[in-house]
Design a protein around this ligand. Sequence first.
Ligand SMILES: C[S@@+](CC[C@H](N)C(=O)[O-])C[C@H]1O[C@@H](n2cnc3c(N)ncnc32)[C@H](O)[C@@H]1O
Length: 265
Amino acid sequence: MTTPLEEWASGDAYEQFMGRWSGEIARLFMDWLQPAVGLSWLDMGCGTGALSRAISATTEAKIIVGIDPSLDFLRYAGHRLPAMCLATADASALPITDNTFDLCVSGLALNFVPEPEIALRELARVVKPGGVVAVYIWDYADKMEYLRYFWDAASDLDTKARSLHEGNRFPICNPQTLMELWSDSGLRDVVVHPLDARMMFDDFDSYWLSFTSGSFPAPQYALSLGTRERELLRDHLQKTIPAEDDGSIHLLARAWAVRGIKAPG
Ligand SMILES: C[S@@+](CC[C@H](N)C(=O)[O-])C[C@H]1O[C@@H](n2cnc3c(N)ncnc32)[C@H](O)[C@@H]1O
């Protein structure tokens, strides 16, 4: 069971912290998924709508329904994509009848549901026989380097940071566990695939800047430190994160995508 450290209170704050990358990874997911046109979609944990927008931009969907517990995120999503249908709901108990959607998808959200296997069971319940359940989540423990370098440096200096490190908090975010979860839930033809986006910062200061405000665990942790400890973290991170000769920082942002098909009825 994960600790709910994320607040999901402000769509604006989320977009500033993660919006650039969530949009890119959503487009990579759609390239990989290669869906047919005219299908019905459920976007679980749609948040500010990154994946729903990518669905809308890359395929002619019949309908896109987004569910999320955060009203503020849903407002943000509805503003950006007025055509989508929105509802506040928890992934563990979807207010949706069985066999409703052609595809049930989710971007960067499954690890935040306290019991991901229950959410997956729900997605498999509401997808039609022959339909697809497909999800992607960051590779926090390894190639989501933007966050991993931060938490590795913090954990070197402070044992408390180890329990906040998302690589430790979210053990489902690896290909073996995803393969097992999907196969154990009865989905067929399961495939796991890496989605690799690139993150580029002109210099260390612009990388560090993203951890100096916001309500997400990494900036929250940095802001919770005293001035001296924060300076030590900044210095240690600057020494440990790889930089190019010109000072720019190029990072990999990998998400693991998984898909499976519900047995035809
Ligand atoms: C990192 S954001 C991802 C948002 C969006 N899908 C994206 O790709 O940018 C995680 C989302 O999961 C949602 N979430 C957290 N717990 C949830 C739950 N139990 N059921 C459904 N969604 C949940 C949050 O409200 C938030 O919008």
